[in-house]
Design a binder for this molecule. Structure first.
Ligand code: CP
Length: 307
């Protein structure tokens, strides 16, 4: 049973907790696919979505998840809130607590911001991406998508290529996939590999071919242009030619390997258009998995914190 107030990262989430979230998410995904939109497990509850960074998928899917569950969803963009007048994160949290919000979903440019907020508020806090630290619900939706195709995560070979250094998605996937018994290989220019990632269980590869050899899952990561310091690689064209995945490189993976990407994609950079639109690409299916995983996380945290 999930027994925690908040979901801040996958670093300390057990295999049984991940399985519980994925099982419920699969049930919700099946129900959404059948056309159900009213599953009133959180009737009367309030979910506040507090984003200090841009987002399309995560913000809208949390909003949709809250609405499918019968909760009220309130969106706060930092640029149009009192944060722009200098209000601190803690004071913002206290205000939301005073309004009796049951959940706060936060995306923040600083690693650790959700953890600080969670210590301050009574509401359950869900990390929707903090700096280069973690993005737990993204990794959970990636794992749901993989598990739906392959039936189990145990023994799966997952190749992650792209801007690993700046990727909270890579870290949450590494933690979650290792916990579930999958193997994770990574490839990127040396300048985009964070120090110590191999000590967390990633196999660092010297080439795209080595990373994809025998892979069941090929995950591209966005080159995060907004977080780059000059000089990590010569140009986007050279990145695509030497580090990106096109249909020819894809042949190094297993013939039934699936393609994932958390989005947004730099089309033609980390993945070629042919790979993004490939018949084995599950990038659009990941988006539906995202709604279902966020519904499951909200429901299970709610059950864990019922008075
Ligand atoms: N995958 C992801 O976090 O996308 P958004 O930035 O659009 O939310």
């Amino acid at each position: 049973m999930l027994k925690r107030k908040d979901l801040l990262g996958l670093i300390d989430v057990s295999a049984s907790e991940i399985t519980e979230i994925l099982d419920l998410a699969q049930e919700f995904k099946n129900r959404i696919k059948r056309g159900e939109k009213k599953m009133r497990y959180l009737d009367g509850k309030t979910v506040t979505i507090l984003f200090y960074e841009n987002s399309t998928r995560t913000r809208t899917s949390f909003e949709q998840a809250a609405k499918y569950l019968g909760a009220t969803a309130i969106n706060i963009a930092a640029s149009s809130s009192s944060v722009a007048k200098g209000e601190t994160l803690i004071d913002t949290g206290k205000t939301l607590d005073a309004q009796r919000n049951e959940f706060i979903i936060i995306r923040h440019q600083m690693g650790g911001a959700p953890h600080l907020l969670a210590k301050t508020v009574k509401a359950s806090v869900l990390n929707a991406g903090d700096g280069v630290n973690e993005h737990p619900t993204q990794a959970l939706l990636d794992m749901l998508t993989m598990r739906e195709v392959f039936g189990s995560l145990k023994g799966l070979k997952v190749a992650i290529l792209g801007d690993i250094k700046h990727s909270r998605v890579a870290k949450s996937n590494l933690f979650g996939l290792k916990t579930m018994g999958a193997e994770v290989s990574m490839f990127a220019p040396e300048t985009l590999i964070p120090v110590g990632i191999d000590r967390l269980g990633a196999k660092l590869c010297k080439s795209r071919e080595e990373a994809l050899d025998g892979a069941d899952v090929v995950m591209g990561l966005r080159i995060q242009l907004e977080r780059q310091q000059a000089g990590n690689f010569p140009s986007l064209g050279e990145y695509a030619a030497n580090y990106g995945v096109d249909e020819k490189i894809l042949e190094c993976a297993k013939p039934n390997a699936i393609i994932l990407h958390p989005g947004p994609v730099n089309r033609g950079v980390e993945l070629s258009s042919g790979v993004i639109d490939h018949e084995r690409s599950h990038i659009e299916d990941q988006v539906l998995s995202g709604v279902a995983v966020r519904m499951a996380a909200l429901c299970l945290l709610h059950d864990a914190n019922k008075a």
